[in-house]
Structure formats: structure tokens, C-alpha cells
Ligand binder design. Structure first.
Ligand code: NAD
Ligand code: ZN
Length: 240
């Protein structure tokens, strides 16, 4: 019943916004931070994905990113990513906001993607902030130096850092002005991204959650659909 109702909301929406998290890429073989396989050499992501960790041990953090880039390079978009490409094609207006850094939405064919947490395939200078693409796998054993002499770091947003302001403003605008807000595979504990669903709800949108488990957002969702994104999203769109 709930899925039928949610399908109807998506069909009638003039504007749809989607927020995705690590869960949508889990079925592509990329571990979430808080699920199975999230630990690397017994380190918690919260202890590695910080500017302090990079400042105190850049090589360790670099090796972790090298491992993650290796996993992502081998991964393919799954049925969940592909369903969102289809949804973008059907919707009169559509924004895909992602907390993921893996680039799988773009590889699947999504066009309007707002990357709230950066992109693992970019490097950024810690001194002059110059950014560049890098698809090298495996990485060199040590982080490279920028032409200015500064150390380069992964072009992602770490815990304790603020979001890129243009991406955040675009995400907030999309949440405030959509009729349906679909939240997929995110624990919603990482703020401020987790607050987008509340912004959408307060502005009158229907909030539809797709997640393998219960989250902090589930109680406020108008429909909370349980199960893997690769199964639920195609069902939600009534794809064959
Ligand atoms: P999270 O690890 O906190 O939560 C993942 C959520 O996905 C959980 O609620 C879990 O129940 C759900 N989930 C797991 N498998 C699922 C599936 N098959 N279908 C549907 N739901 C599923 O991740 P988060 O909320 O994205 O936040 C953590 C941070 O980690 C983000 O900032 C993100 O940038 C980063 N991260 C990104 C990647 C990636 O780019 N692929 C991977 C790990 C972490
Ligand atoms: Zn520099």
C-alpha cells in the first residue's frame, strides 16, 4: 500500500528532489561507513576522514583513500542508480543531491547531480586550494605536492568541515521547492545533509524514505520503504 501511495506522489510531483547516501552504492560493493566492511585495518572512518587525521598522518589517510578508490574503480552502478536516471527522465524537474563521493550517479547517467561531499576523483591542494581531477589507481604511496609546494589531499568533505556553499545552496533550494523528497540509503546522522528532509517536509513535500533499516528520519517520513535500494527503487518506479 505504502509503495503504491509513494509511486503516486512521485508520478504527480512537478518537482522531485532525491538525497542519496552510501547505502545506494552498497549493492555495487562499496561499503557504507557504518555497515559491514566499513572498517579498514580496524580504523573507523570517523578517525580517518578528518583534517586532523590527515595533518597528523597524511600517508595513513592517503592509503585509506587509495584502498577506497580501488574498490570504487572496480564497482559498477546498480539497479538503484539506474532507476534514478529513469526518474530524472520522467520528472518535469529533478535534482539529485548526493553525499556519495564515488561518482556512480554520473557514471549511471544522472545529469543534474549535486555533490555535497565532493568527489573522490579530485585532489585539492591544502595550501592554495587548487583542485584537479585524478583517476590514478593505485595512487602513489605518498600524497603529491601541488605546483605551489603544498600537499594535495582528496577533494572530499571531511568530518568537521563545511560543505561547498554552492552545492549546499542548490540542495537547500531543491529541498524547499520540491513536491516529493526521496531519501535513499542514508543514515541521516551526518548533518547538515540530514536536515534536508526536514526542510522539504516543512515546505509541504511528501518525504519518501528508502532504506535497508530504520533511521532517525523514518518517524517523520510519509512513507518509509524498507529494503535494498536496488530492489525498492525499481519497484517504486514500476520498472520491469
Ligand atoms: P552511512 O554509512 O551513515 O549510512 C548508510 C545507510 O544506508 C544506512 O542507513 C543503511 O541502513 C543504509 N543501507 C545500507 N545498505 C543499503 C541498501 N542496499 N539499500 C538501501 N539502504 C541501505 O552513510 P551516509 O548516510 O551516506 O553518511 C556517511 C558519509 O559517508 C557520507 O558523508 C558519505 O559521503 C560517506 N560515504 C560515501 C561512500 C560512497 O561514496 N559510496 C561510501 C561510504 C561513506
Ligand atoms: Zn597549491
Amino acid at each position: 500500500m505504502r509503495i503504491t501511495q509513494a509511486r503516486q506522489w512521485l508520478r504527480s510531483a512537478r518537482r522531485i528532489a532525491v538525497l542519496t547516501g552510501a547505502g545506494i552504492s552498497a549493492e555495487s560493493g562499496i561499503p557504507t561507513f557504518r555497515g559491514p566492511g566499513g572498517l579498514w585495518r580496524s580504523f573507523r572512518p570517523e578517525d580517518l576522514a578528518t583534517p586532523e587525521a590527515f595533518a597528523s598522518d597524511p600517508v595513513l589517510v592517503w592509503e585509506w583513500y587509495d584502498w577506497r578508490r580501488g574498490l570504487i574503480a572496480k564497482a559498477e552502478p546498480n539497479a538503484g542508480h539506474l532507476a534514478l536516471v529513469e526518474l530524472e527522465e520522467r520528472a518535469p524537474a529533478f535534482d539529485l543531491i548526493t553525499q556519495n563521493v564515488d561518482g556512480l550517479h554520473r557514471r549511471a547517467g544522472s545529469k543534474n547531480v549535486i555533490c555535497l561531499h565532493g568527489d573522490i576523483w579530485t585532489l585539492r591542494c591544502t595550501v592554495c586550494s587548487r583542485a584537479r581531477e585524478s583517476f590514478q589507481v593505485p595512487l602513489d604511496p605518498r600524497p603529491p605536492r601541488c605546483t605551489c609546494g603544498g600537499l594535495e589531499r582528496p577533494g572530499v568533505v571531511w568530518f568537521g568541515e563545511s560543505l561547498p556553499s554552492a552545492a549546499w545552496l542548490a540542495a537547500e533550494e531543491a529541498a524547499r521547492n520540491c513536491d516529493s523528497f526521496l531519501v535513499v540509503g542514508t543514515s541521516a546522522v551526518v548533518m547538515p545533509a540530514g536536515g534536508l528532509a526536514r526542510i522539504a517536509k516543512q515546505a509541504g513535500a511528501k518525504v519518501i524514505e528508502v532504506n535497508a533499516g530504520e533511521t532517525q528520519l523514518s518517524p517523520m517520513a510519509d512513507a518509509a520503504l524498507r529494503g535494498p535500494a536496488g530492489t525498492i527503487l525499481p519497484e517504486l518506479l514500476a520498472l520491469p
